[in-house]
Design a protein around this ligand. Structure first.
Ligand SMILES: Cc1cc2nc3c(=O)[nH]c(=O)nc-3n(C[C@H](O)[C@H](O)[C@H](O)COP(=O)(O)OP(=O)(O)OC[C@H]3O[C@@H](n4cnc5c(N)ncnc54)[C@H](O)[C@@H]3O)c2cc1C
Ligand code: FES
Length: 274
């Protein structure tokens, strides 16, 4: 039997947190150096071991490809993420993966592409932004729409000026401060500001379930086919590779068949947006 087959799929790769960047209140990017390289595609996820707690799924937010260095952008919401947010550079963690299918590049390349992010949902989308920037000839007209609760909560604040060279960007916040001069309201309010060929364009949406639900519904009402609306679903996970059934969504395993789905695949599944 080959060494690859003998490898226990639950064995994690050790990693060191080499730097931590505070992106927003309750959101930090952890820069990891792995003991072995991994290769991940845009939209795939890893299982991160949080010492003393267990594992939790996160999507790398750094440039896709092969290497020993990956970034993970994490919002503090509960136990595991709370422990992570207290960790300092030099701390040891571990990862398994990558897992899942990633964004379907064959469906979104060579079209107008709407990338729509909500809150920390911009983290997985950053890998797609890198994909667009590295393969400009495949993305004739990329647009980035981003919605957040407050201006302080905006992720990767310094990157938007670079992204503006390649993307048409629109941003909105629910609760503006005095300096905010862009849009106010939920991310779907930005749809009035854009003009796309709804017969041809593709959209990728990542954000809180309720945001994805209403954004996808509105795009469909605008005339975009549910097969060209792509969403990344979040479910509780344990194994990450189709063995434990913890991530069932209808007939799909979110870890293996997803986490990326077309809106057509998931829109009618009860509990999809809970
Ligand atoms: C495929 C996949 C990729 C993911 N990628 C990322 C990522 O890149 N960055 C990231 O920050 N998170 C990501 N998540 C979500 C992340 O896995 C969870 O936030 C994490 O597991 C929560 O663990 P916890 O122990 O801190 O929270 P728990 O203690 O388990 O939960 C505490 C409370 O927080 C709520 N909660 C749990 N998850 C969320 C959430 N996502 N948003 C708001 N409230 C929540 C729970 O309902 C509960 O009420 C991803 C999830 C999946 C399935
Ligand atoms: S997480 Fe175990 S089957 Fe999906």
């Amino acid at each position: 039997m080959s060494a690859e087959k003998l490898k226990n799929p639950y064995n994690p790769i050790k990693a060191t947190i080499v730097n931590i960047i505070v992106n927003a209140p309750d959101i930090k990017t952890f820069k990891l150096e792995l003991e072995e390289p991994i290769e991940f595609a845009t939209g795939q996820f890893i299982q991160l071991t949080v010492p003393g707690i267990g594992e939790a799924p996160f999507t790398p937010s750094s440039k896709p490809g092969r290497g020993k260095n990956i970034d993970i952008t994490i919002m503090k919401v509960g136990v595991a993420t709370g422990v992570l947010h207290k960790m300092k550079a030099g701390a040891k963690v571990a990862i398994r993966g990558p897992y899942g299918n990633g964004f379907p590049l064959d469906k979104i390349r060579d079209r107008e592409l709407l990338i729509i992010g909500g809150g920390v949902g911009l983290a997985p989308l950053r890998t797609l932004i890198y994909e667009v920037m590295e393969n400009k000839e495949r993305y004739p007209r990329p647009l980035l729409l981003y919605g957040c609760k407050t201006p302080e909560g905006i992720l990767y604040k310094d990157s938007f000026s670079d992204w503006e060279e390649d993307f048409e960007i629109h941003r909105t916040v629910d609760n503006p401060n005095e300096e905010w001069q862009e849009c106010k309201g939920v991310v779907t309010t930005l749809f009035d500001k854009i003009k796309v060929d709804t017969d041809e364009c593709a959209a990728v949406i990542v954000g809180p379930p309720v945001m994805m639900k209403f954004a996808a519904l509105e795009l469909e009402n605008m005339g975009i086919s549910p097969e060209r609306i792509i969403v990344s679903m979040e479910k509780n996970m344990t194994c990450g590779f189709g063995k434990c059934r913890h991530c069932l969504l209808g007939d799909y395993y979110v870890c293996k068949d997803g986490p990326v789905f077309t809106y057509k695949q998931v829109k009618g599944i009860p509990g999809a947006w809970d």
